[in-house]
Design a protein around this ligand. Structure first.
Ligand SMILES: [Zn+2]
Length: 309
């Protein structure tokens, strides 16, 4: 039993324009990490395209249809100030969401201990009917709803350690007591949501805003004292991770001070909860991370903890 990797070259074809922080180079960095001796033996599977039905579990059908109809033949189509579609985006956005569904299927079938989806664009800002912050479809939420409907699970948790608040995931989970969402994020920072008083319909939303320039100690304290006990109490049948590496000290879009050791630590702690609560079942999906060195360091640390589960 090991860690499965889901990825696809189509995710390189989502072109966000010159100088955009969420560019294809990010995935190239992660593929270099996957080619290292310690990870090159991991089985890689092609990320399949999500079906419209899978997307429509969390997104309004009209939104899904509108996005797919907006794909430009050349140039760019702007969905919001910093979220663009290019001619190659269709495969990327469908495979980013489809990868999480396929990873859930594989882990639920016992084909691997856990799985990591090395895909882009990221998804956690995408709301039911709105693209936001580089995100078009909410990959992790599509996976969570797929797990419930396809595998009959009643309690699915998402832990999001991206430096930005996962407002889209929260919007989709807040009214559903069978879904749990916990997020550490810098505040104030884009998108401005994620206050600690946003708790959901059954205290199933847990926000741990961190002041700018917080580091390892503040992050670990929030995870250890608040998130882990609440996650244990929720007793998930499957744990999903929104794995963003932009809380790394080198990241240009935020001011937290995490290092590779922190990403390895938090992953190990989450894997330990999954071992106790849900037969080790963890599916992780890439979110942000915009410094190449920080992204590589964070991702390698995350994979190291997943592969040792
Ligand atoms: Zn982010």
């Amino acid at each position: 039993m090991t860690t499965l990797i889901f990825t696809h070259p189509d995710c390189l074809a989502h072109d966000t324009g010159p100088g955009h922080p969420e560019g294809p180079h990010r995935l190239a960095v992660i593929w270099e990490v996957l080619d290292r001796d310690e990870f090159k033996g991991l089985e890689r599977r092609p990320a399949p395209e999500a079906t419209t039905g899978q997307l429509a579990r969390v997104h309004d059908r009209a939104y899904v249809d509108a996005v797919l109809a907006a794909m430009p033949v050349q140039g760019y189509h702007r969905l919001d100030g910093d979220t663009l579609l290019s001619p190659g985006s269709r495969g990327a956005i469908l495979r980013a969401a489809g990868s999480v569904c396929a990873a859930v299927d594989a882990v639920m079938a016992g084909e691997a201990t856990n799985a990591f989806c090395a895909v882009r664009p990221c998804g956690h800002h995408a709301e039911p009917a709105r693209a936001m912050g580089f995100c078009v479809f909410n990959n992790v939420a599509v996976g969570a709803l797929h797990a419930r409907e396809r595998h009959g699970l009643s309690r699915v948790a998402v832990v999001d350690f991206d430096v930005h608040h996962g407002n889209g995931t929260q919007a989709m989970f807040a009214q559903d007591a069978g879904l749990f969402f916990a997020s550490t994020h810098q505040s104030p920072l884009y998108p401005g949501t994620g206050a600690s008083w946003e708790r959901g319909v059954a205290d199933n939303i847990l926000n741990l805003p961190l002041d700018p320039y917080s580091g390892s100690a503040e992050f670990r304290q929030a995870v250890e004292r608040v998130i882990l006990p609440a996650l244990e109490a929720f007793a998930p049948e499957l744990l999903l991770i929104s794995a963003g590496f932009d809380a790394h000290a080198r990241d240009p879009l935020a001011q937290l001070g995490l290092t590779g050791a922190d990403f390895e630590w938090v992953t190990r702690k989450l894997v330990e909860v999954a071992e106790r609560q849900c037969g080790n079942r963890v599916v992780s999906v890439l979110e942000g991370g915009y410094d190449e060195t920080g992204l590589a360091e964070g991702c390698a640390a995350h994979l190291r903890a997943l592969t040792r589960a």
